[in-house]
Design a protein around this ligand. Structure first.
Ligand code: GLN
Length: 263
């Protein structure tokens, strides 16, 4: 068996160690004897849907997002969208997640057009508004995904769009509706940096399984010893939950002792 991972914009979209997701996919496949390789697909390079079995893209700031959006306009973005429509698995994080929606409106400048894989839009409320920063925990089908988030944009899912999961701790898509990320067919969009997959092996294995199945290899992946991964996940989860409690305490204190106007 083989697993060919298409790494979209490895240079332009690699914030907060998102490349660690590629390493997790590679290693968890190789530990099972699957011949895993990475195919970098950078700015100006064509996307060949026959050459890869899943795609990954990381996060980055508005400037890089504009460069990538310009590269995705036209045939390349359309080819990626068509592959996902046919079931190709994808994991896109933060800035790439935003670009896989319909558009991202940054704090300044014109809106940045997206690929339109997800029926969602992202709007930055303005540089003076608090960014969504901190540890993040998300209930994905009963499994708690952990990581951290750092984004100014707020993402709003279209009607009927499936979120990745429900926020347990942190902001998530917009800090209001309680949802995080998006799922369409086998494409997963999320704000979870971390890197995400090393600490969330169940999602890593699901992506590998989906990629093999996409190429007609329906397999049951043999379990791995995930003691270290699980330890890392529990540490990250404890951090996220303690932050949530701290924020709740601050909120409760403010409600109990509202600031008195200066006399
Ligand atoms: N520039 C986007 C935002 O601030 C995405 C940031 C990121 O990828 N961490 O919302």
């Amino acid at each position: 068996m083989k697993l060919r991972i298409g790494h979209l914009y490895p240079e332009a979209m690699n914030l907060y160690g998102d490349r660690g997701n590629i390493l997790a996919l590679l290693q968890r496949a190789r530990w099972r004897g699957i011949a895993a390789t990475v195919i970098p697909i950078g700015l100006g390079e064509p996307f060949d849907p026959a050459a890869v079995d899943l795609v990954f893209a990381g996060g980055d700031q508005d400037r890089e997002q504009r460069l990538v959006a310009a590269d995705l306009v036209g045939a390349k973005g359309e080819a990626i969208r068509a592959a996902i429509e046919q079931g190709m698995p994808a994991l896109v994080v933060c800035g790439s997640y935003q670009l896989f929606g319909r558009y991202y409106q940054p704090a300044s400048g014109p809106a940045i057009p997206g690929v339109g894989v997800f029926d969602l839009v992202t709007k930055h409320p303005g540089a003076e508004v608090t960014r969504c920063v901190g540890n993040l925990a998300v209930d994905w089908e009963g499994y708690l995904l952990v990581g951290f988030e750092n984004h100014g944009g707020r993402t709003y899912l279209g009607p009927g769009v499936q979120p990745l999961g429900r926020v347990v701790a942190g902001y998530g898509n917009n800090g209001q509706d309680g949802f995080e990320g998006a799922r369409y067919r086998n494409a997963f969009g999320t704000y979870l940096h971390g890197a995400l997959l090393p600490k969330n092996p169940r999602l890593a294995d699901e992506l590998i399984r989906l990629a093999l199945a996409y190429r007609g290899q329906e397999v049951e992946l043999p379990p791995l010893d995930d003691a270290i991964e699980e330890q890392a996940r529990q540490v990250a989860l404890a951090r996220a939950l303690s932050e949530r409690h701290a924020q709740q305490n601050v909120g409760a204190t403010r409600r109990q002792h509202p600031r008195r106007p200066r006399s």
